[in-house]
Write a protein that binds this ligand. Structure first.
Ligand SMILES: [Zn+2]
Length: 168
């Protein structure tokens, strides 16, 4: 190994550890979940998706996951499941997926309405309706996106006992 001149003295070199370097883990009591992956059955998936459509807790199906509008509660009021399963940016993926799905659905709806009304397309109406729809669609779907994100995570990464806090 070649050392820079300032570390040429073996006594000044940093110690070489034989243990692998691990990423810094949060202290005990932090909100990171590191549970094993699992493949849910179709019955479990259908049950979980039913709960997600009602914006309910994926663990018990009773407590509300979000409160208006799309603010995620800390934990389930019924079973105590902690909804933010890792860092504070846990739901940022949900926001990105929501944007993609919402705009995709909007594009499909626009295409269908275009074909259905051809050749008398109401261009004047579309001029103001399109930007409005593009802005509103992601906002309307955001609560569902967050709950769906959490539900899929729970489906494939089952809840561990340390994720259950005392119900409030
Ligand atoms: Zn619950």
């Amino acid at each position: 190994m070649v050392y820079p001149p300032e570390l040429d003295d073996p006594d000044r070199r940093p110690p070489i550890s034989s243990t692998p370097v691990r990423p810094a883990m949060p202290a005990t009591g932090a909100t990171t979940t590191d549970s094993a992956l699992d493949v849910p059955s179709f019955a479990q998936l259908f049950r979980l998706m039913g709960r997600a459509l009602r914006l309910r807790c994926p663990n018990c199906g009773v407590g509300a996951v979000v409160r208006p509008w799309a603010t995620v509660n800390d934990s389930c009021s019924h079973c105590g499941f902690r909804f933010t399963r890792s860092s504070d940016s846990y739901f940022s993926g949900a926001m990105l997926a929501n944007l993609a799905v919402a705009e995709g659905l909007f594009a499909v709806a626009f295409g269908v309405s275009l074909i259905a009304s051809w050749p008398n397309v109401p261009w004047d109406t579309l001029t103001w309706a399109l930007p409005l729809g593009i802005a509103i669609a992601p906002a309307l779907l955001l609560p569902f996106a967050k709950v769906a994100w959490l539900t899929f995570d729970v489906a494939f990464r089952p809840i561990t006992p340390d994720e259950i806090v005392a119900p409030r």
